[in-house]
Design a binder for this molecule. Structure first.
Ligand code: SAH
Length: 344
């Protein structure tokens, strides 16, 4: 019989599972707390659970645990980048960023990615598989355990397209925000998508209070298609409409991600088109000077061009920030660490 992935069960599912083992439902809450609040790495740590039940759990369940393979710490800003090994030998990376307002962890949602964005290292070898809810949660649990520090913000901006792993993502969010687990507020969770329109609408209909970030990266359909193959499936206006719909359903301001590539999408005309595209929207614009990867020859605009772009947008009343590059010295860009490791 296939073993149950116990760390991927939400509280309701864990209750029914306990009943199938002939146990009282209240045990489920205790076990859930061990798995998701104390983040244990073995059944034997569950000291208020009888030895008989612990043995039963060992026989019927797997306990997802990530193994830390390498940790790199940035000398510039203390950002830590983790490479974790999954049970099947695949690798994923996660990043801990320390801000004044608290610790933020950036997690991966898939092993590899099939979206094909031109500047992104995560997609170079395609998709291997989506991560389970437990594997997404474990990235946060291991980092929190290792540092002994509370994680207050989670961004799903590592390797993978979260909306291409939709059901597991939604369950992950539900479990991460459960009061018997880490109890992280929905408002402190950001999910970044390249723009899979039907899934954006499905997410909107769930009316979660999470922030949706859209990777825009261009201000017209032609340029977006050059950088992001997903634009062949969904027109830029359709994608922006899905963002408006998300705001209508949830009241949450959309965050646009725009990676600036010198000579590609950083001109005054690009800035003007961008303003027209998002006109009237309650949104935030995050400018990211592209992080060059060795497989492509994209280069960053100089800082003056970035500032000009920002100023033009601010004049139109759009809220703009330039993303502080954290951990640049430690393969900060998505997928670079995993790729380098697998090449070694
Ligand atoms: N698949 C999701 C989340 C993963 S990528 C998405 O597309 O949004 C997180 C963000 O980093 C995205 O905005 C992505 O386009 C951007 N990104 C990836 N590689 C980059 C690079 N080399 N330089 C700058 N931004 C990059």
């Amino acid at each position: 019989m296939k073993k149950t992935d116990i760390r991927s069960l939400n509280l309701k599912e864990l209750k029914s599972f306990m009943e199938t083992l002939g146990e009282k439902a209240f045990r489920a809450k205790q076990i859930y707390q061990w798995l998701h609040e104390k983040c244990v790495s073995s059944f034997d740590e569950m000291t208020n659970i009888s030895e008989k039940l612990r043995t039963q759990l060992k026989e019927t369940c797997t306990l997802t645990m990530l193994k830390s393979v390498t940790v790199q710490t940035s000398r510039i800003d203390g950002t830590k980048k983790y490479l974790f090994e999954l049970e099947d030998g695949n690798m994923v990376e996660s990043v801990l960023m320390r801000y004044k307002h608290g610790n933020s962890v950036c997690i991966s949602s898939q092993v590899g990615c099939r979206m094909g964005c031109k500047f992104c290292a995560s997609t170079l070898d395609g998709l291997v598989r989506g991560l389970t809810p437990a594997e997404m949660l474990e990235q946060i649990y291991r980092i929190s355990k290792e540092t002994g520090e509370r994680v207050s913000n989670v961004v799903v901006m590592g390797t993978g397209e979260p909306l291409d792993n939709f059901d597991n993502l939604v369950k992950f969010i539900q479990m991460l925000t459960d009061e018997n687990g880490l109890n992280i507020s929905q408002r402190n969770i950001t999910v970044s998508t390249c723009g899979i329109v039907p899934k954006m609408k499905e997410l909107a209909d769930l009316k979660l209070q999470i922030t949706l970030a859209l990777s825009l990266h261009a201000s017209n359909q032609e340029k977006r298609k050059e950088l992001m193959p997903v634009a062949n499936a969904f027109d830029i206006h359709e994608t922006i409409d899905a963002c408006r719909y998300y705001f209508e359903q949830t009241g949450r301001r959309i965050s646009f991600e725009y990676s600036l590539v010198a000579g590609v999408n950083d001109s005054a005309q690009d800035a003007a088109e961008l303003a027209a595209l998002v006109k009237g929207m309650n949104c935030h614009l995050n400018l990211i000077p592209v992080n060059p990867i060795k497989e492509r020859d994209y280069v960053q605009p100089d800082m003056k061009a970035v500032r000009d772009f920002q100023n033009k947008r601010e004049k139109c009343g759009i809220n703009v920030t330039i993303r502080r590059e954290m951990g640049r010295d430690i393969d900060g860009a998505c997928g670079q660490l995993r790729k380098r490791f697998s090449e070694r």
